[in-house]
Each structure stands twice: as structure tokens, then as C-alpha cells.
Ligand binder design. Structure first.
Ligand code: F0G
Length: 353
């Protein structure tokens, strides 16, 4: 076969992943996402750094979850699993559904009823998953899924599954490769805390201790257990992907923050949405609201003088594509304008917008 673009993270980095089955990976050619410089945004936010966006929304199902899911489903296939299950705020669900379909497995996804963005649900059902909406939070769903997978032979593909971390750490490898070394800071949203765990593992495997980047995690103010130091019983935020009150990888996330002299900061929904709009309107990069939480946290911490990133290289991970949450996009921008099919009203509309 000729080499046609992206090869998938197991083809590239399988030899560095602790998983079985890499000779027959279940892949959608995920990974290889671009690093996009964002100088206008850096200036507008007064950051003074070289700001680069790792646009993970360009993965096959529209989020970074695909990196971990190729590994988890490949491992599950090697183990002989026929059914996989996860709890999800939406992106893990879509990703698990796609990779399970590709592996010929059944997939059951458990989501918080009424709190999943439309594009994610659409993905999960389109890929043929059984979607179960639990009348409760993501945390309730994860508790149930852990119980359900303990004895049933169904494979759990949440980021509690170590294969997920093995796959997701490849984003750190790619960043070092593209920049010719690690950045000074890595900013990302934190929900269930699998991704910060994976990046930290990836960087520690890739670079020497003295070169490690500082990790900056962003949490929504209404769902900020790591910032508060205690679980949040009723998490609430417009950033539904990270609407999580009791992260499964809490300890590992804290270790990444402490070990990197980093920090975790809370951002109000208004701050997240502001940066979400700026990303799209100043740089042409459309992510889902949750994805903006890392950059919003960075902007907030710099603005209040808690940190300085002047002259530094800062990578912000944009975890999911903007089309995942069309309702958020429509609610936070100017409405469309309808006109009669004549030139005058068109020019009139064109001139005042
Ligand atoms: N950004 C997006 C777009 C996400 O979907 C998630 C998590 C995160 C950030 C946070 O990553 O959980 O590893 O700290 N989404 C999970 C899901 C919970 O079910 O799709 P994390």
C-alpha cells in the first residue's frame, strides 16, 4: 500500500506503547494533528509568548479521544472482547463507538441525560452504539460502568483503562517532534483528568527531567474539584465535556501539576466562551467550548499576575472540534440575517456586520 497521509498513532508509536495487539491495530489514522501558531490571539490576550495550538479536533471523530481509543480497542481486540462500555460526556462515546464499529464489537455508552452536545450524540448513534442516558451526572455514569464491567466480561474503555493513557501520550511525542523539543508550558482542559495524566507521561518518556514543560490545567468554575481540593457534587458548566465533579485520575493529575511546578485554575463560563469566540474569530480555529478552558486559564492567570509566560513557548491543546457543539456556537455568536432575494437588502446587510 502506498503511504497516504496520516498512519495512525500505533503505526508511528506502537513500539513505545505498553499494549498488546499492535501488529493488527484498530485504527482510523488518528493523530498527526497540526500545531497552529496563534500570534494575533497571543497579542490580544496580552500573553507575550509564542502561542501554538495543538488542534486535536482534527482527529477522525473530532476529538483527542481517538488517540487513546485506537489503543484501548486494539488491546480489547487482542484480549478477545466482544463488547466495550464507557461513561462519557460525549467525546469518548463517539470515539469508542467508531473504533468498536471498526473492530466489529458492540459498544455501549453511558451519558448524562440531557447534558451531551448534539454533535457527539450524533456521532455515537451514527457509529451504531447503544446509547444509554442516565438521569444523573457523568460521575454517576462512571460509577455504574465500573460496576458493570467488573464481572461481566465487557471491556471498560474509559481513561481508567491504561491503554487509553498509552495512546494519548503520543500527542506529547508529536509536540516535541514538531517544535524540535518540549514547550515551556502545556495548557489543557481537565475533566476526568486522563489527558493531563497522558501528556505528563509522554513528556517524561520523551525529554530529560530538566526540560519538562510546566502543566497548566483549566477547569470550569462550576466543576473545579482539583482547584477546590474536594469533589463537586453537582458540577455545572456550559463546557459540558468537562462537567465532572470527581475525576477518576485525580491523583495522577495532581502529580503532574506538582511534579511540573504547574498549576490548575478555575475559569468562569463567560471567560471560557470569550476565549472560544476569540479562537474562532481571530485565528480561524473552531473548537468546542471545553477546549478553550486551558487557554482561558492561561489568560486568566497571566492577567492576574500569577504567572508570566513572556518570551516562552506555550502549547494550548484544543481537545475537540467546534462542530461537536453546534448549539453553543449558535448561542454565542451573532444571529444570521435573512433578506429578500434582491441586491439592496444584501448590500445593506453586508455593510452593517
Ligand atoms: N476536552 C474535551 C473536548 C473532552 O471531551 C474532555 C473529556 C476533556 C477536554 C477533558 O479530558 O477527561 O481527560 O481530563 N471528555 C470525556 C468524555 C470525559 O467522556 O468525552 P480529561
Amino acid at each position: 500500500m502506498p503511504e497516504l497521509g496520516r498512519r495512525g498513532v500505533i503505526a508511528r508509536y506502537g513500539h513505545r506503547m505498553a499494549i498488546d495487539g499492535i501488529e493488527a491495530p484498530v485504527t482510523l489514522c488518528e493523530g498527526g494533528t497540526p500545531l497552529i501558531p496563534a500570534p494575533r490571539l497571543a497579542r490580544e490576550l496580552g500573553l507575550g509568548c509564542e502561542l501554538v495550538l495543538k488542534y486535536e479536533g482534527l482527529n477522525p471523530t473530532g476529538s483527542f479521544k481517538d488517540r487513546g481509543m485506537t489503543a484501548a480497542i486494539t488491546q480489547a481486540a487482542a484480549d478477545g472482547a466482544r463488547v466495550v462500555m464507557c461513561a462519557s460526556t460525549g467525546n469518548t462515546a463517539a470515539s469508542a463507538a467508531a473504533y468498536a464499529a471498526r473492530a466489529g464489537m458492540r459498544c455501549v455508552v453511558v451519558v448524562p441525560d440531557g447534558k451531551v452536545a448534539l454533535g457527539k450524540l450524533a456521532g455515537a448513534v451514527a457509529y451504531g452504539a447503544r446509547v444509554v442516558a442516565v438521569k444523573g451526572s457523568f460521575d454517576d455514569g462512571l460509577r455504574l460502568v465500573r460496576e458493570a464491567t467488573e464481572t461481566s466480561g465487557i471491556a471498560l474503555v474509559n481513561s481508567l483503562n491504561p491503554a487509553r493513557i498509552e495512546g494519548q501520550k503520543t500527542a506529547a511525542f508529536e509536540i516535541c517532534e514538531a517544535l524540535g523539543g518540549p514547550p515551556d508550558w502545556l495548557c489543557l482542559p481537565v475533566g476526568n483528568a486522563g489527558n493531563i495524566t497522558a501528556y505528563w507521561k509522554g513528556f517524561r518518556e520523551e525529554v530529560s527531567a530538566g526540560e519538562l514543560p510546566r502543566m497548566l490545567g483549566g477547569q470550569a468554575a462550576g466543576a473545579a474539584p482539583l482547584v477546590l481540593g474536594r469533589p463537586v457534587e453537582r458540577p455545572d458548566t456550559v463546557a459540558t465535556a468537562i462537567r465532572i465533579g470527581n475525576p477518576a485520575r485525580w491523583t495522577e493529575a495532581q502529580a503532574a501539576i506538582d511534579g511540573s511546578s504547574g498549576l490548575v485554575a478555575a475559569v468562569e463560563d463567560a471567560g471560557i466562551l470569550r476565549v472560544y469566540r476569540m479562537l474562532a474569530q481571530l485565528e480561524g480555529v473552531f473548537c468546542e467550548p471545553s477546549s478553550a478552558a486551558g487557554l482561558a486559564a492561561l489568560a486568566g492567570e497571566v492577567a492576574r499576575g500569577a504567572i508570566s509566560v513572556t518570551g516562552r513557548t506555550v502549547v494550548c491543546v484544543l481537545t475537540g472540534h467546534g462542530l461537536k457543539d453546534p448549539d453553543a456556537a449558535m448561542a454565542s455568536a451573532r444571529p444570521c440575517v435573512a433578506v429578500e432575494p434582491r441586491l439592496e437588502p444584501l448590500l445593506e446587510a453586508a455593510s452593517n456586520g
